[in-house]
Design a protein around this ligand. Sequence first.
Ligand SMILES: [Zn+2]
Length: 104
Amino acid sequence: MNKVKLPKSLKVGGYTYRVLIDGHITRELLEGSLWGEHSPSKLTLKMDGAAPPQHFHNTAIHELIHAANEVYLPKDSRITENQVQQVSNGLAQILNQLGLQLIP
Ligand SMILES: [Zn+2]
């Protein structure tokens, strides 16, 4: 498996997102019972770095799909939370099959 560490920042279209994964973020996310969070207004992607590896990979892809949804789709044709979940589950599985795993 090729493990790809998420960078501290990531460009999505013309926007630079900060990728936040440290212990503080993990605690903040756990308080809200979340594995990850995408904030279009703050341009942040938060992920629980202590999540089990498969959860981390799936969550990272889920939050990246949210960012792409926000940046690349016009407001009136964005996909829903459920659709983000479905597309990200599919993409996470396909990338795993290709030997790629996102890690904190
Ligand atoms: Zn979501």
